[in-house]
Design a protein around this ligand. Structure first.
Ligand SMILES: *[C@@H]1O[C@H](CO)[C@@H](O)[C@H](O)[C@H]1NC(C)=O
Length: 187
């Protein structure tokens, strides 16, 4: 029995990776007039997709029937009460998420290859970043603030992790202008 339990624990631990997934709360903000259950279905479906194109198709297939619940009372002053506007926000949100993964992988790989961080430290930072992202409902501004505060506590080196990230971000932005622009996504 103990053995079965430890095996189960081991499996669940190895299955647990820092989640870079889209959270329901983020899509709820983009589709404030949709039924909560429908947004949840969309979130699960988009997270399952393996390419940007497929994730965008999942959004486009979902929008016509689900973006607004039958009993919803849209506020005409809210841009998100317009179907095309809301859909476009969701599509650019997907771009932001893919660019974010690319950016974080870049920081991770550079931190290791320049020997600024050990692999273990870099893994730890990556896990911390994605945990902050989930906690912040995928809000990039809030995530970066939380992450940097925690990272400064954990990594005490010269240059500081903040300076190091700033430096690498500049390099990433130069080489990946489109991705860097996608990170500036706003509602
Ligand atoms: C992220 O959070 C900040 C601070 O609460 C807020 O001003 C901003 O509008 C949020 N961004 C999005 C895209 O929700």
């Amino acid at each position: 029995m103990t053995r079965v339990i430890s095996l189960f624990l081991l499996c669940s631990l190895s299955a647990y990776v820092a989640s870079d997934q889209i959270v329901v709360g983020a899509l709820q903000k983009i589709f404030p007039y949709a039924a909560a259950a429908k947004v949840k279905t969309l979130t699960t479906n988009v997270n399952k997709q393996t390419t940007i194109a497929k994730a965008k198709t999942a959004v486009k297939n979902w929008v016509p029937k689900n973006w607004k619940a039958a009993n919803a009372k849209p506020d005409a002053k809210n841009q998100l009460s317009k179907q095309a506007y809301a859909q476009n926000k969701a599509l650019t949100f997907i771009d932001y998420r893919y660019s974010l993964k690319k950016y974080i992988n870049y920081l991770y790989n550079q931190a290791i290859s320049t020997k600024y961080l050990t692999k273990a430290e870099a893994n730890n930072m990556k896990t911390m970043f994605w945990a902050a992202d989930t906690k912040a409902n995928n809000n990039y501004t809030v995530t970066c603030q939380t992450f940097m505060m925690e990272a400064m506590q954990k990594i005490k080196k010269t240059p500081t992790i903040q300076d190091s990230v700033t430096d690498l971000t500049g390099k990433f932005a130069k080489a990946n202008a489109k991705d860097y622009a996608n990170l500036q996504w706003t509602l």
